[in-house]
Ligand binder design. Structure first.
Ligand code: OAD
Length: 237
C-alpha cells in the first residue's frame, strides 16, 4: 500500500458498537426503540421539544460510561502518522455524534452529523461545548437566551462541511468505509464519488452494507478486529 497518500475514512455507528453504543438499524437498535420522525427531525422537535431533548440528554449521559475500542485506537494510530505533513492527507469523516475518535486521540475528525457534546443556539446560531442537560433549558453563553438545541444534524437538515468532504474525496487514493449501513445519504454516496475520482474503495463492516456492491474490496467482521489489521497493513506499506 506504499502508493497511498490521501485517505478518506468514513465511520458509522458500527465502529462504536463494541464500545457499547447502540447502532441505529441493527436488531434492537435506536430506530427500533424510537421513531425517527419524533426524535431526529426539526418537526419532531417543534412538536415535542422535551421528548427530543431527553433523547439526546440520555445519549450524552451514556457517553460517560463508554470508552473507545480497538478500532478507534487503530484509526488514532493511523492519524498520528499524518502529523508530520509529508505523509499525505487523512480525513476521518464520522456520522457518529459520540466523541470516541477524539478520546482515542485522533485529530483529523469531521463530524458530518454533529456532536452530542456541542450545543447550537437556535436564537443566535452560536455553538458551545456542552456536557450538561438540555431539558433544564440552560441559557446560551453567547446571547443569554434559553434556546439551545443539540448540535446534531436531523433528517431534513444539511450535514456539516460537505465542501471539505467532497474536496477530500476528490483527492483520495483510498476510501474506506467502516461500520455503516450505507442507508443514509449523502454519506452513502461517498464511495461512488471517491471511485469516480479514481480512489480505490474498501468496506470494513460486520456484514455487507446496502452499498456493498460499489466497493472494490470488502472485509466482513467486527471493526475491533478488522480496523487494527487494516491500519497495520497501511503503516507497513
Ligand atoms: P446503522 O445502524 O445504520 O448501521 C450500522 C452498521 O454497522 C451496520 O451495517 C452493521 O452491520 C454494522 N456493525 C454493527 N456492529 C459492528 C461491528 N462491531 N463492527 C463493524 N460493523 C458493525 O448506522 P449508520 O450507518 O452509522 O443519522 O447510520 C447512519 C446514520 O443514520 C446515522 O448517522 C444517523 C442515522 O439515522 C442521523 O441521525 C442524521
Amino acid at each position: 500500500m506504499g502508493d497511498i497518500r490521501n485517505i478518506v475514512v468514513l465511520t458509522g455507528a458500527g465502529i462504536s458498537a463494541e464500545s457499547g453504543i447502540d447502532t441505529f438499524r441493527d436488531a434492537g437498535g435506536l430506530w427500533e426503540q424510537h421513531r425517527v420522525e419524533d426524535v431526529a427531525t426539526p418537526e419532531g422537535f417543534a412538536r415535542d421539544p422535551d421528548l427530543v431533548l431527553r433523547f439526546y440528554d440520555m445519549r450524552r449521559a451514556a457517553l460517560t460510561k463508554v470508552e473507545p475500542n480497538a478500532a478507534h485506537r487503530a484509526l488514532a494510530r493511523l492519524d498520528a502518522t499524518f502529523a508530520q505533513g509529508d505523509r499525505g492527507d487523512l480525513l476521518i469523516v464520522t456520522q457518529n455524534v459520540d466523541d470516541l475518535h477524539e478520546r482515542a486521540g485522533a485529530k483529523r475528525v469531521l463530524h458530518m452529523h454533529g456532536e452530542l457534546l456541542s450545543a447550537l443556539c437556535a436564537n443566535c446560531a452560536a455553538r458551545e461545548r456542552f456536557a450538561g442537560t438540555m431539558l433544564d433549558r440552560p441559557n446560551c453563553s453567547a446571547c443569554g437566551v434559553a434556546a439551545l438545541r443539540p448540535d446534531v444534524v436531523w433528517f431534513g437538515e444539511m450535514p456539516y462541511q460537505m465542501e471539505r468532504i467532497y474536496s477530500a474525496l476528490a483527492n483520495a487514493d483510498l476510501f474506506v468505509s467502516i461500520g455503516t449501513s450505507g442507508a443514509v445519504y449523502p454519506a452513502a454516496g461517498f464511495v461512488q464519488e471517491a471511485a469516480a475520482h479514481g480512489a480505490r474503495t474498501l468496506e470494513l463492516n460486520l456484514d455487507p452494507s446496502e452499498g456493498s456492491r460499489w466497493f472494490d474490496e470488502h472485509r466482513h467482521g467486527p471493526a475491533g478486529a478488522l480496523v487494527p489489521a487494516w491500519v497495520d497493513e497501511v503503516l507497513a506499506g
